[in-house]
Design a protein around this ligand. Sequence first.
Ligand code: 3HC
Length: 291
Amino acid sequence: MSEIQSVVVVGSGTMGHGIAQVCAHAGLRVTMTDVSEAVVAKGKAQIEKSLAKLREKGRISAEDEQRTVAAISLSTDPVAASASADLIVEAVPERMDLKLDLVKKVSEAAPAHAIVATNTSSLSVTEIAGVAKDGTRVVGMHFFNPVPVMELLEIVRAMQTSEDTIASARAFAAKIGKKPIVVKDAPGFATSRLGVILGCEAIRMLEQGVASAEDIDLAMELGYRHPMGPLKLTDLVGLDVRLLILDHLHKELGEQFRPPSLLRQMVRAGRLGRKVGRGFYDYPDVNAPKK
Ligand code: 3HC
């Protein structure tokens, strides 16, 4: 089992910047990459905002904050960065074509001992491992939003994944302060398969006029003690992300995952949730054009 000291995170969006942050905070050297300098700089600004929040709450010290920021380098070349990595975590959009292309390239550039992890929410890790130079070193590492706060790391075992890779993934989870579960590579794994069905049903209920968005959310917050209702959570995750997951699960698992037309219409209208300032709710603090 190889110890992980140097991590490349590909993608600096909602999940990617959170993953880079927790790795750097745990003392690992991190390179965060994205398609342009402007995009990756935006991801870094999000990390700084999150660290400042944690410092203000007394969860981390000012030294910790500075050390974490200093441990993160930025790049626009994930393939070159992977040449000296122990672990590469891909957190690019939930599209199989993007993931296959990237995993093929980074696995060819990476050292033989390196692990290539995919943060996919639902796609086949076995299919992704199929294009890698060494499929035994590929694993699913599914993180949860907001990454610095959520304790779970869902480790997904592809058909090709070796026991040694699973052991390294478990040790990595412990190092970054996450609790791992290990699941078989099945569509939506143990989390998304259950999580999106609740969000999907809540959107159908809104469509059918069963109750207002606020009341549907309150029902689950007060009646079931969920920390946030399913519509607020869909805004947090991103309506576009949930639609991609549902389209995939609908194809793989059947009718119960058919995306509600309201969700598809909202995505077409650009109402993607909190990140753009508008979803099922409005977020006036977010600087983005309202659609
Ligand atoms: N960085 C650092 N700290 C953060 C943060 C961030 N990005 N976001 C929230 N926090 C901290 C807050 O500072 C606060 O700290 P405190 O406990 O010391 O006061 C704590 O988290 C709670 O935050 P708030 O007080 O602002 O608000 P809440 O109490 O409502 O908690 C929440 C916010 C943690 C998001 C909570 O509502 C929650 O757990 N919601 C459910 C989240 C969830 O289900 N995530 C999974 C989504 S599915 C997914 O990600 C999978 C993917 O594949 C799509």
